[in-house]
Design a protein around this ligand. Sequence first.
Ligand SMILES: [Zn+2]
Ligand SMILES: [Zn+2]
Length: 279
Amino acid sequence: MHWQGCDVAFLTQHGKQHLVGPPIEAALGCRILHTEGYDTDKLGTFTHELARPGSQMDAAREKARIGMALTGSSIGIASEGSFGPDPVGGFVPWNTEVLLWIDQKQDLEITGWAHGHAQSLQKPIQSLQELELFALEAKFPEHRLTMRPSHEDHPAIIKGIHNVPSLMEAFERCRSQSNNGLVYVENDLRAFCNPTRQNIIRNAASDLIQKLQSLCPACDAPGFWVDRRIPGLRCRVCGRKTRLPISEVWHCQICKMQEERAIHTKALADPARCDHCNP
Ligand SMILES: [Zn+2]
Ligand SMILES: [Zn+2]
């Protein structure tokens, strides 16, 4: 085991260490060194105060780097989520989670990914009735809410609302501060406020663990994983090559070994996926 007994820095403020720490420690025998020594909200938040610069991976790298600097460990982990519309239809709120593992000494960077429907609703409301309906749709109180007066960028935000009395209090306060009669209510997307997101973060941890445990057959380095897929699965009807993959190329970051492995899930492609049969 590559990381048995090693300390792994994890900078996070929103309880993510409880989601990803135990399974990673159990799988690798390492020790997660949780640190809160830096305000990660400075790197961007989901609540409009500060847009996140750069990509999701850049943000994760920055967090991992700061965590390693704070703890003095050469191994670090970082979790970063992003929210938007789903990539296929564009109608469903979508959450992508990345969990990044950096080992500076081995010059390794390994990433676990997971995606799924997000519990991420937002709405301007006026009445208690509307608030009640929204709370139901937003899966409150298991999922916490944020609220602010007037509009989605108002600075007087109340976060982490998790029970009915505090919901009522927040609503009254925001309504009294509102200049247009509206109160803007949203799902709180921070990990400890959103069980739907917690599940996706757990899935990213499983993906990361699988990759960390996959060893290169040539040099035994961890992180041996699929780098790209080769298209060309033949159509069941016309026999032409489709864009569906026929094999995948596994890659080692350390010795650069590559291995093409056939995918045996299906012998032939559905003609619905064939550009000739279904243009
Ligand atoms: Zn290798
Ligand atoms: Zn075809």
